[in-house]
Design a binder for this molecule. Structure first.
Ligand SMILES: Cc1cc2nc3c(=O)[nH]c(=O)nc-3n(C[C@H](O)[C@H](O)[C@H](O)COP(=O)(O)O)c2cc1C
Length: 160
């Protein structure tokens, strides 16, 4: 299995996640080629068994560079993809101290849904999506993030 991994990391957290994903996959004999979206042309993506897309959040959406990249790719329909985003961890309300509910979060955090929307409109097939939190606006990654990447790898491998 060959995986092409495209990320749009701005502060390095998503890039770390990509390297960890690649490291774990290598222990299973699977090759992962990691690229920043800035370094590649969206219309020149090589053939792969799975495409991994990873974006940081920006105002509830994927960062602009990733949105533009996804809109331009022209892979065969039915191409298999997975999404692994980095998002800010949910914060308690400043006045009440109450944590937002899943429903409230879902209304303002549309990073994964927006990416799925663009990819599914092209006929691509989702294998998995997931998120790793950062604990500050520019990082660092949440404690135990490597374990979450490992779980994500397991989900992908069990659906292959
Ligand atoms: C201007 C700005 C807006 C952001 N908006 C969001 C947001 O709406 N949702 C979210 O989860 N994270 C948001 N973040 C935090 C990013 O998720 C975080 O910077 C990113 O995950 C870090 O990954 P990177 O180091 O790979 O860039 C924002 C960060 C910045 C700088």
């Amino acid at each position: 299995m060959k995986i092409e991994y495209y990320h749009a990391s701005e502060y390095g957290n998503g890039a770390k996640v990509a390297e960890e994903f690649k490291r774990i996959m290598a222990t299973k004999g699977i090759v992962v080629n990691v690229h920043h979206v800035r370094e590649v042309k969206p219309r020149e993506i090589p053939a792969a068994d799975l495409y991994l897309f990873s974006s940081p959040g920006r105002m509830g959406k994927p960062i602009g560079g990733m949105r533009r990249f996804l809109k331009k790719i022209n892979l065969p329909s039915e191409s298999r993809y997975a999404i692994l985003v980095t998002e800010m961890n949910p914060q308690p309300d400043k006045k009440t101290g109450r944590m937002p509910t899943e429903e409230e979060l879902g209304r303002c955090q549309l990073v994964i849904p927006k990416m799925n929307e663009i990819l599914q409109a092209k006929g691509f097939k989702k294998v998995a999506d997931g998120k790793i939190y950062v604990t500050g606006i520019k990082g660092p990654l949440e404690e135990g993030w490597q374990g979450k990447v490992e779980e994500f790898v397991s989900v992908i491998l069990s659906s292959s």
